[in-house]
Design a protein around this ligand. Sequence first.
Ligand SMILES: C[S@@+](CC[C@H](N)C(=O)[O-])C[C@H]1O[C@@H](n2cnc3c(N)ncnc32)[C@H](O)[C@@H]1O
Length: 319
Amino acid sequence: MDLWTLSDLSTPWCIHVVATLRIARHVDGGITEIGQLAAAAGADPDALHRVLSHLVSRGVFEEPTPGRFALNDLARQFLDSPTLLSLDLDSFGGRMAYAWSTLLSAVRTGKPAYHEVFGRPYWENLDAHPNLAAAFDELMGPAGHGVPDPQILPDPADWPSIHTVVDVGGGTGTLLAEILRAQPHVRGTLVDLPRTVARSAPIFQKAGVSDRATVIGQSFFDPLPAGCDLYVLKNVLGDWPDTECTAILKRCAGGARPHGRVITFASSRPDPELLMLILVGGKARTPDDFRPIAESAGLRIHATAPHSSGRLLIEFRPL
Ligand SMILES: C[S@@+](CC[C@H](N)C(=O)[O-])C[C@H]1O[C@@H](n2cnc3c(N)ncnc32)[C@H](O)[C@@H]1O
């Protein structure tokens, strides 16, 4: 291995381009000859041929006869919808690839430079483009990240004592719907931005839990519904630098006081998580990283436990 090999961007970009052009779907549908593939994908035949030949040389796709392509195990992964969604350069997930060109600025300043490529900071860019915000919500939901495991208490024996759950920054409600389905005695409140909670109704309906779900479109930097038993933060705190992370935890502590609890997910070991740095200035945190932040938000770590996702559950209680 040398630095030239390590820094070669051709394979990742070819993968994104082929995903965006849905080449694997065309091949799977019987279009295998390069001219027909290029026509079906709206691409230049020679350029597409070169891209596919490069991928064949890296073990993605096969070229059994010159100019004809076939799927192999790696190329078949393009047929998986969530994978495709996160690679497609025209979709929200794939667009993130362009943000890597801002890494140098982020390293120089310690702050995200997403605006250098997209014109506005990450969250403001979503505010300004409803179609992108919808794609982001879709990526976070079942079609992108799948259906999460609702077992989110370090001690599952505690569920009978939990009657009200607030999913803070809960997106379109995928996790809350699963919690309500698994715990029929629980009522839930989904808190997220208005445009996002507006997309939650079909998810609660599909889970058959609409009668126990309330939605509130508001910022989690504003006071949260008070007096509930459990405040959940999944994939939220990692989106924010320490100051904002503390502010969100403070809002959860304010709602949970005096007897409620706050649950979030942490990394079990230090994780550089560069994408969070370049997109939003956030970071993955371990329980040790969370301890001082939680304390300044009025919380202490009560318990930690592994979650089926591979991350750690952390349960905070008010100080
Ligand atoms: C990475 S997503 C996680 C969504 C969901 N918890 C999950 O795990 O799929 C972060 C969520 O935070 C929401 N969000 C961002 N800024 C917010 C704010 N100021 N107030 C409330 N929600 C916000 C976004 O709309 C998004 O749904």
